[in-house]
Design a protein around this ligand. Structure first.
Ligand SMILES: Nc1ncnc2c1ncn2[C@@H]1O[C@H](COP(=O)(O)OP(=O)(O)O)[C@@H](O)[C@H]1O
Ligand SMILES: [Mg+2]
Length: 362
């Protein structure tokens, strides 16, 4: 397990607070992602775990061993932390062959030549690059170079993997392919991994758990499904995917876990949400993902959660139509099936299933 507590680091003589009290735990064998916009402190956190950055405060434990503690004056050298790292830049050595690139870091560790070669070949096999041993490393595509970097990390028998935006230099299609590759390999090897990205789809697809970061702090931790479907912070709701955030007031609990909320332009029945901490009249925010808004030019004939709006714009994007619909003073974004067609200015009906909302305290 990776355990990080109270990590803090400032730069520029204390003027830049890069991370400010970061806590998280990565369970053994899991892949845990720090997700957030550029400059929120992801790399600083990751480099602190690697030992490449000296935090001002905090404690880092790797499988029960304290590798950093500001209060106890512990700071284990990076080479002693048994970490495999993969960065955005491929960091391959251009004057070496593929096999030499992987074998090089294994030298001077008391292994025989034959052992080094066998380890390097085994790592190449893991990343599906058998047959590329003698190829000069620069004569590989970007994706292949990144796989060499991955093989090099594997060959050193790390206790943990650290990934810092490893796919950012690849084109979209390759990124998707490498994402699957890293995920499958991590599962197969069962190596506890800390992954850093600003790309929400990457985080959702690769992670067991995601920590959403904002301005040097973790604002929310959860499984991908929970982070996306039931975010508990406004920041996570807006950063991970697109969401409508609508102001509402709690009218009263209807029955069981069903509540009615009043919006400026309609009233909604919401199901499966806990509003225990709230009472009648409380201000809330209703979160609604665009893909959960149904839009039609005729009525759905639903007694609840149906209202009317006017199409402001509808942009055809192939997979779906990105619709913006005026509902009173509010604009609702909706993802509509591409076989629909709406004219700008058309009157439409909207409907939302009661269980497809999230609520946040305003
Ligand atoms: N060596 C440095 N000197 C000064 N400021 C730095 C240094 N490294 C990072 N920072 C600042 O710390 C903040 C966090 O940076 P970083 O951890 O790299 O964020 P991220 O990886 O999420 O983009 C940013 O404001 C960045 O400009
Ligand atoms: Mg970074």
């Amino acid at each position: 397990m990776i355990s990080v507590q109270g990590l803090a680091k400032t730069y520029a003589g204390g003027n830049v607070r890069a991370i400010d009290g970061v806590d998280f735990q990565v369970e053994t064998g899991k892949i845990f992602t720090l997700l957030g916009p550029s400059g929120c402190g992801k790399t600083t956190s990751l480099r602190s775990v690697a030992g490449l950055e000296q935090p001002d405060a905090g404690e880092i434990n790797l499988f029960g061993e304290t590798v950093f503690s500001s209060t106890r004056g512990i700071s284990l050298h990076p080479s002693k932390r048994k970490i495999g790292m993969v960065f955005q830049s491929y960091a391959i050595w251009p004057h070496m062959t593929v096999l030499q690139n992987i074998a090089y870091p294994l030298k001077g560790k008391g292994l025989s030549r034959a052992q080094i070669e066998s380890k390097a070949r085994e790592a190449l096999r893991m990343v599906d690059l058998e047959g590329f041993e003698d190829r000069p490393a620069p004569k590989l595509s970007g994706g292949q170079q990144q796989r060499v970097a991955l093989a090099r990390a594997i060959a050193s028998d790390p206790r943990i993997f650290l990934f810092d935006e490893p796919l950012s230099n690849l084109d979209a299609k390759l990124r998707e392919e490498m994402r699957g590759h890293i995920r499958a390999l991590q599962r197969k090897l069962g190596i506890t991994s800390l992954y850093v990205t600003h790309d929400q789809v990457e985080a959702l697809s690769i992670s067991d758990f995601i920590a959403v970061m904002e301005k040097g702090k973790i604002v929310e931790v959860g499984a991908p499904r929970d982070i996306y479907l039931h975010p508990t912070s406004r920041f996570a709701a807006q950063f991970v995917g697109l969401t409508n955030i609508m102001p509402a007031k709690l009218r009263h609990g209807d029955a069981g876990d069903t509540v009615r909320v009043d919006l400026p332009f309609t009233s909604l029945l919401c199901q499966g949400l806990t509003t225990k901490a709230h009472s009648k009249g409380d201000s809330l925010m209703v979160l609604l993902r665009p893909e959960n808004v149904r839009v039609s030019s005729s009525s759905f004939n639903c007694e609840t959660n149906e209202w009317r709006g006017r199409v402001i714009s509808s942009i055809f994007l192939g997979e779906f139509i990105d619709c913006t619909i005026a509902c009173g003073d509010f604009q609702v974004r909706a993802r509509v099936n591409p076989f629909h067609q709406f004219e700008d200015g058309a009157e439409v009906y909207l409907h939302i299933a009661p269980e497809r909302f999230s609520l946040l305290t305003a």
